[in-house]
Design a protein around this ligand. Structure first.
Ligand SMILES: Nc1ncnc2c1ncn2[C@@H]1O[C@H](COP(=O)(O)OP(=O)(O)OP(=O)(O)O)[C@@H](O)[C@H]1O
Length: 260
């Protein structure tokens, strides 16, 4: 499913959080959303999910304006995992993941086999089957993160929006999650801080800086030493990994940022 924004802008007080963003994410692409802290990644993801309404411009899903669609209709197709998902109620992993089925079920309909299959598949993909009866408050940060991802997968979305999904995960689970995203038949936009993960797992990258879209393209087109220096104020070398043949970003020790 295709997702686009058209001249999307959002202000808070006098501050422009998103500045005239126009982009298109094609069906089944994995797109990495990059940018320094405070550049607008979470804000853009919330706009793409229809949770924050832009001041101007808009979002379309398969050419239909998101603000003309009902919440349930959107939730049947699109799922967002936010950075700091919390739950006050002490549910089990299985119960949290089962919340992902709500958009697909009528108010009074019974739990059906299709719900059970989606739930079991989501728990299995996130490595949580054996832990499914554990309670939320007893979970580690990484287990909570995986539970929220299981909830999103149980929703069986066509579009998956993930806000820094790897930030609590150990290396094994980071790699497993990004491999999983690549194998699922979903359009995925994932915000990441790790440029090597972005280079290794994303088809396309979008870079934000101070609310502006400053680059968009393949990892090879976007992740140049010049862009890294300009955006992150870090000197880096970009090479080809002898291990996997993909891009390898090698950060140089802190020091004066050499002008491009
Ligand atoms: N409701 C709001 N009112 C005022 N400023 C806001 C509001 N929401 C976000 N901001 C500001 O907008 C900017 C973008 O925030 P956002 O959380 O989208 O950035 P981010 O790129 O996701 O950052 P990080 O990498 O640190 O998670 C930040 O400067 C933030 O303080």
């Amino acid at each position: 499913m295709m997702l686009s924004t058209h001249h999307l802008s959002l202000k808070a007080q006098a501050h422009l959080l998103l500045d005239d963003i126009t982009l298109t994410v094609n069906r089944h692409q994995t797109v990495g959303l990059l940018g320094p802290n405070g550049s607008g990644k979470s804000t853009l993801l919330r706009c793409l999910a229809g949770l924050t309404r832009p001041d101007s411009g808009g979002v379309t899903m398969e050419g239909v304006r998101l603000d003309t669609l009902g919440r349930r209709h959107i939730a049947q197709r699109l799922s967002l995992v936010e950075q700091h998902a919390v739950t006050d109620v002490d549910l089990t992993i299985k119960e949290v993941a089962a919340l992902g089925r709500i958009p697909h079920r009528g108010a009074f309909s019974h739990w059906q086999q299709v719900d059970q299959q989606a739930l079991e598949c989501a728990l299995q993909h996130t490595g949580l089957t054996a832990l499914q009866h554990r309670r939320w408050h007893s979970l580690s940060g990484g287990e909570r993160q995986r539970t929220q991802i299981a909830r999103a997968l149980a929703q069986k979305p066509d579009i998956l929006l993930l806000d820094e999904p790897t930030n609590h995960l150990d290396i094994q689970h980071q790699l497993e999650l990004l491999t999983l995203i690549n194998t699922l038949p979903v359009t995925c936009i994932v915000s990441l801080h790790d440029l090597n993960l972005a280079a290794g797992y994303c088809d396309q990258l979008i870079v934000l800086d101070q609310g502006q879209l400053i680059a968009q393209g393949t990892p090879g087109e976007v992740l140049t030493p010049e862009l890294i220096k300009r955006t992150y104020r870090v000197n880096a070398r970009v090479a080809t990994s002898p291990a996997h043949g993909g891009l390898l970003i090698d950060y140089l020790p802190p020091g004066p940022v050499i002008p491009a």
